[in-house]
Design a protein around this ligand. Structure first.
Ligand SMILES: Cc1ncc(COP(=O)(O)O)c(C=O)c1O
Length: 347
């Protein structure tokens, strides 16, 4: 009954096999190896983007911040949702790596910035001449931190606003695979064809040991990105082991298979919660994250029985037993139906 985070799940056996087969003899370091060249081509094929610059890093925060740094001047501001990981959970790394750019928080509904909110936020910046921040990129998260997925029309609506102001678009795709499995579209449609210039393409939450691809679709900033990655201490020497993971991930559609399994587990949980007394879903659980309110007493009972998940902006102690408390549940590729069913029985 483990729903604390998809960061906590195991590495898929095929990824471990790929690491083992990469672990033979010597290979050039720092990305100058055969597997890294192969993975670059593979990512370009998957995204139908032959000119894309593809770089592997070990954390989602590195992918986000290094890409944003490549898109943002220090005197600019990045437009993001109020609940964006780059705002809430990266310890000001975007501000640090951009050399001091700021973040402008955009009005958010269901974890997604609204079009009116984005237009208003952009209009409100760059109005004070040399004294204020200049407009910079728009950063969207797909799937969002609240577990919702932007449909293609919504994505295109938001990127069109950025485009109308000549601003580039970054996508935090830590759970890109989960969102893609939900929409059932092509990777290109949910990225560059929808107006995304730079993508943090996640793998770690979906069965890898620790690899994310930072993709710049026009490839123009390739050298700048490489310099920033090295200067930011994110250029791995034994790079073949990053490439080996990503190759296994993309081989035979493993990445989508794993994301579909995680999403299916979330749907099973959501269906059960919908019919549970006192339970209320807080957002549409479109991918593998679900937020729900349950009475304090119910949380107490579930935790006592060994369920693992996080209360969200709430404390278990210090209030009435029937008070509804918010919680976040995350499923991963390895979730077992039997565990979900046990959780729902307890509920
Ligand atoms: C939406 C989102 N983006 C980025 C990240 C960053 O990942 P990392 O912890 O590997 O830096 C996370 C991690 O939880 C995330 O949920």
């Amino acid at each position: 009954m483990y729903f604390a985070s998809d960061n906590c799940g195991p590495v898929h056996p095929k990824v471990l096999e790929s690491l083992t087969s990469a672990n033979a003899g010597y290979s050039p370091a720092y990305g100058d190896d055969r597997l890294t060249r192969e993975v670059t081509e593979r990512v370009r094929e998957v995204f139908d983007a032959p000119d894309a610059a593809v770089h592997l890093v070990t954390t989602g925060s590195a992918a986000n911040t290094l890409l944003l740094a490549s898109l943002t001047a220090p005197w600019q501001t990045v437009f993001c949702s109020r609940v964006a990981h780059i705002h809430e959970d990266e310890c000001n790394a975007p501000e640090f790596f951009t050399g001091g750019a700021k973040l402008t928080l955009v009005e958010t509904e269901n974890g997604q910035m609204t079009q009116d909110g984005l237009a208003a936020a952009i209009a409100a910046e760059e109005t004070r001449g040399v004294h204020g921040p200049q407009r910079g990129p728009v950063s969207l998260t797909q799937a969002t931190e609240k577990g919702t997925v932007h449909d293609l029309e919504t994505l295109r609506g938001l990127t069109a606003i950025a485009r109308a102001h000549g601003l580039p678009v970054h996508m935090d795709g830590a759970r890109f695979a989960n969102a893609l499995a939900t929409l059932g579209c092509q990777p290109a449609e949910m990225s560059w064809k929808a107006g995304v210039d730079a993508l943090s393409f996640g793998g770690t939450k979906n069965g890898l040991m620790g690899v994310e691809a930072a993709i710049l679709f026009d490839g123009e900033r390739l050298w700048e990105f490489e310099l920033r990655r090295k200067r930011g201490a994110h250029l791995m020497s034994k790079h073949r082991f990053l490439a080996a993971q990503m190759l296994a991930y993309l081989d035979s559609g493993l990445w989508l298979e794993l994301a579909s399994a995680a999403n299916a587990a979330c749907r099973r949980l959501a269906d059960g919660l919908r019919s549970a007394p006192g339970a209320n879903l807080m957002y549409r659980p479109d991918a593998n994250i679900l937020f729900a309110r349950l009475p304090r007493a119910t949380h107490r009972r579930l935790f006592a029985a060994g369920a693992e998940y996080h209360l969200w902006d709430a404390a278990l102690d210090g209030g009435p037993e029937d008070e509804p408390l918010a919680a976040r549940f995350v499923t991963d590729w390895s979730a077992r139906d039997a565990d979900t069913d046990r959780f729902l029985d307890l509920l």
